[in-house]
Ligand binder design. Structure first.
Ligand code: SER
Length: 320
């Protein structure tokens, strides 16, 4: 039986991953780690243990790991790309300092560690289409710099100290539960909210801006399956390309219009987000993940769009 600590449990990924891990491993065996100001609420609070775990404080991590006899840490603490550009020092403190704190506790206490990397770990020198697993990573954002550093530091802890670290490079994640904040791929979530609310969508990125995207249920499955994978099959660890969808604003707009014909979109470009998106790949090659731990996405754009619209309508109490 796994005892799991999720750091960043109330964020976009954490709020759903914690509940899914509780379904699989038992409510009492998954600790919701949160920071003051981002307290868990509702089912997340009521279904299992919760502790304040500020990743920049190693004592918080060590105390939670010892109290709950934790053997696996999901480290989801991060500032997304656009927010990180506004607060680069904090992005480093959380993304690299926080990961170092986590790896040190994991080394001392024998924990496995999952820390997501991102499409943001690539840069303009990276091959843009079908980006290979092992290729040039020279990101131009502080977000990307923390992600590449995190990949290397995690691999180092595995080779040097035997800490079981594993990771995937997440694309932009689309979900209806907890909104993302301050990311470059957030538009692909926001457009669904506009569609359901009957508002004109202001798109911050130009037509033709392709990026990898993924529906949250596939992302959660990836995070769990990589940690359950047979280690003898893993040639790579930090971090695996995973892929499912690649689209630009026009493609997602036209797909949603099939179900919400009145949806309107205008382009109101955000220069920072455009610059970041232009430095990221259009689509990743995830062959290694498929070969080494049988990764396979389940949602295409149509299936995701139907599910997003149904669930967002329920959430926002809008009748179809
Ligand atoms: N979704 C992230 C962002 O846009 C990328 O991993 O910052």
């Amino acid at each position: 039986m796994k005892n799991i600590l999720v750091i960043g449990s109330t964020g976009q990924i954490g709020s759903e991953l914690t509940m899914k891990l509780r379904d699989i491993y038992g409510n009492d065996n998954v600790v919701c780690g949160y920071i003051p100001g981002a307290e868990p609420k509702g089912a997340l609070l009521e279904s299992g243990p919760a502790e304040i775990v500020d990743i920049t404080n190693p004592d918080h991590i060590a105390a939670a790991v010892k109290k709950y006899n934790v053997d696996t840490i999901y480290n989801l603490a991060a500032l997304l790309s656009a927010t990180a550009e506004a607060r680069p020092q904090l992005a480093w403190a959380i993304g690299v300092g926080g990961l170092y704190n986590t790896l040190e506790v994991a080394r001392e206490c024998g924990c496995a560690v999952f820390t997501p990397s991102s499409i943001g770990s690539f840069g303009k020198a990276t091959p843009r289409v079908k980006t290979p697993q092992d290729t040039i990573q020279r990101p131009e954002t502080i977000y990307g710099v923390t992600k590449v550093t995190g990949e290397m530091l995690s691999d180092y802890y595995t080779k040097r100290f035997g800490v079981d670290t594993r990771s995937v490079r997440f694309p932009g994640l689309i979900s209806y539960t907890t909104p993302p904040g301050g990311g470059t791929t957030d538009y692909a979530v926001d457009i669904y909210y506009s569609a359901v609310r009957g508002e004109k969508f202001k798109c911050p990125l130009k037509p033709g801006t392709f990026m990898d995207m993924m529906y949250m249920p596939d992302a959660l499955r990836a995070a769990i399956e990589i940690m359950e994978a047979d280690p003898s099959r893993l040639v790579h660890r930090n971090s695996f390309n995973i892929a499912s969808l690649s689209f630009d604003p026009e493609i997602i707009y036209n797909k949603i219009k099939e179900y919400v014909p009145d949806l309107e979109m205008e382009y109101v470009l955000d220069p920072l987000r455009q610059q970041i998106a232009d430095s990221w790949p259009d689509s990743l090659d995830d062959t290694c993940a498929r070969e080494e731990w049988d990764w396979k996405p389940q949602y295409d754009l149509d299936a995701m769009t139907k599910d997003m619209l149904v669930n967002l309508r329920k959430k926002l109490l809008v009748t179809a």
